[in-house]
Design a binder for this molecule. Sequence first.
Ligand code: PLP
Length: 415
Amino acid sequence: MSTNVISGNGNQDVKLPIYMDNHATTRTDPRVLEEMLPYFTEKFGNAASRNHEFGWVAEQAVEQARERIAKLIGATAKEIIFTSGATESDNLAIKGVAEMYKEKGNHIITQAIEHKAVLDTCKRLEKYGFRVTYLPVQKDGRIDLDDLKRSMDDKTILVTIMAANNEIGVLQPIREIGALCHERGVLFHTDAVQAIGKVPFNVIQDNVDLASITAHKLYGPKGVGALYVRRKNPRVQLVAQIDGGGHERGMRSGTLNVPGIVGLGKACEIATNGMAEEAKKLAALRDRLKDAIMGQLDEVYINGSVEHRLPGNLNISFAYVEGESLLMGINDIAVSSGSACTSATLEPSYVLKAGRRRRPGAQLHSVRHRPLQHRSRSGLRGRARGGHGEAPARIVAVVRDGERRNRFDEGPVGG
Ligand code: PLP
């Protein structure tokens, strides 16, 4: 990737491009990489090799990682099952519960703004005779707990609701959702990939039975994740979705990705020790960016709850300016107008459509005024840090330009 250096605020040099798309993925922390490296070379053993030193060394590293992950989320090491990432964890949790408990019931509850790894898994189960309720979200992007209560019936076996949304950063009331599920004897799974390591998350206090984790959202490597599976009160059982050698206590066969697992463990350890301080810094950077943009432009709207939100997330809409042209105009700042998984389409984000209500006087239109989604998680580690000084000025200039053209050429589109 080519990099330019420009003079930023306070005479600091800013390297371009600036990465601000940390919901899509994060840069691997150098401390994580350093700890992983020996497991590609001299410590290359298979963690399932029981008869020699190479296997024992790998197994020890895997068990240490299990402990570190468990510590971050308040679990025990035995409750951590390694996977290839959150897509697999979501599939294993939802399909695994559906198959295991199908005699008890066939009803699953989720919500409209889940990641596709959850929504498409639920859709697949509908083809096999399961009934799925997709709860709507309110204007602030959160579900209504009364809707959840009303939709539970004696056939409900699972509720799957994410902890934090990957576009608008909104935190769902998972503790209350979990409590409701436990009262009714229903299992609660949460896709927690965007929350873990960024905000406090504890499987006991939050009444969670299954939780999906992925390393690459918390400064670990791509292609490795985990599923927390509760062992007590209640003991959750799953039908494995991958058959083979019976690894991971039969729940997920396949040779373990030892370097990746070591990386995930280290990333969790770093988060355990530094999360609180980092969250403060992130929130301050995010607010600085928000204030700079909102202080200079009219008709800028924040999507989703401001109060219940990840500290590093900013998701904003500009009236009169299409998200795509804005993104093109600031192509040396890496932001996005939707989830990386759906960025091939020009359709407005389904997450934003789900929570959108018209404001009096604001001519927001779901097609013409595509939102800029600015995930400001960057800037905390490494080069991007100085970038926040430069980003608002660039965004403001492009929005002003777009506004000028759109207001005079076409005017806002109603309807
Ligand atoms: N769930 C959420 C909320 C995500 O943001 C992502 C990331 O894209 C995933 C699941 C999928 O994770 P992975 O890339 O590890 O499969």
